[in-house]
Design a protein around this ligand. Sequence first.
Ligand code: UD1
Length: 449
Amino acid sequence: MPVSVIILAAGQGTRMNSDLPKVLHPLGAAPLLHHAMRAGQSLDPDRTIVVAGHGAEAVSKAAKAFDPDVQIVLQTEQRGTGHAVLQTAPILTGMPGDTIVLYGDTPFLRPDTLERLRQARARHAVVFLGFIAQDPARYGRMVTEGEELLRIVEFKDATAEERRLTLCNSGVVCAETALLFDLVAQVDSANAAGEFYLTDIVALARARGLSAGVVIADEAETLGIDTRAQLARAETLFQTAMRAEALENGVTLTAPDTVFFALDTHIGRDAVIAPNVVFGPGVTVESGAVIHAFCHLEGCHISRGATVGPFARLRPGAELAEDVHVGNFVEIKNTVLDEGVKVGHLTYLGDAHVGEHSNIGAGTVTCNYDGVMKHRTEIGARAFIGSDSILVAPVSIGAGAMTAAGSVITADVPAQALALARARQVNKPGLAARLMERLRTIKAAKGQG
Ligand code: UD1
């Protein structure tokens, strides 16, 4: 059965007290919206539509970064969840199969829950996802009779008796596409909030003699983010889940509570992650690689047998081939290190390529930026870059070449050549002692003891 996914993301998120649209606040280094889109993708949908309103341009850009095929629909005025869904009618009317409505601020839905929701459609025309709330607060209450969902009543409109119900609406719903739009078109705004409630489709479906049902999920899964405090709690939950998953997948985490993952972090079996490592977006660590303590990694790929850190920073475009060693206080950006390269200490490599088995001495810096443009540094295989070499890009160092320690390299170095680009040393016999003596005399004359 074909399925379409709608993700509502038009709300302002006033309680975040932020200029950033709520769904773009990060959780696991990815916008909340990406989490919802990922949940939607687990259904292998035929199409995904994001309903954007507040900050629509930024929301649309973030949505497309996750899935270039996503369709964006504008809801210029937020007149309720029913109204938001109705905005997608021009795209979805006439589409076969079911539609599932998700929320950009609800990041923890699990694929198997969505699958249960979808399967419950065999028994009901409309299925809402509910949860038993510890504190039902202002959630919509689900009025049921056995397995049948009779209606959903919003907190504002509920009687005291209805407010005592603990079965609450997550908002997530699955219905046959044609029926969904039929029903949503019938929704009015005659309620306490003056909004078009999506939840009204339950009573509307039943009035037509159709069945509505509820699938119950764990409350933790249906958690929506409204405030920064909730976002901070969600981050803790997210990290806890990611750590458990990594351990389950055969990754060694010496101190799991000190390692922070991103939504898309991939770590292979038998990789070792030492304490206090932070993964930004876009990191892959292959099997058996070792990340020592206090590293910050984003947008990089670390191959088998490579070791990184302690105290290393890998930035976007850092590509480490097998058995590469990157040591302490090394920063790598947009640079490919071929197999067996060693960059042991205190080095910056940016916009560079280093051929296999080259050794980059301590304190090497690629001067890749002239204040306006970026330039590349090419280092051939089995080269030896002496300590404290300054490589002023664009520049290339040939295979097997060497640069002398302390050199400022401004011209290409041919393969096998030794480049010396520093002042020649001169020794003045006895001068140090005479100079010291003179300085001591001057100090004594000034009476400074
Ligand atoms: C909604 C449900 C409520 C449920 C709760 C769960 C309705 C009428 N009520 O209430 O039963 O318990 O979610 O969190 O559906 N949105 C839009 N456009 C709009 C309105 C909302 O895109 O015009 C988006 C918001 O960005 C938000 C989501 O839909 O992410 C939920 O909207 P909100 O107004 O917060 O609904 P609740 O009042 O929480």
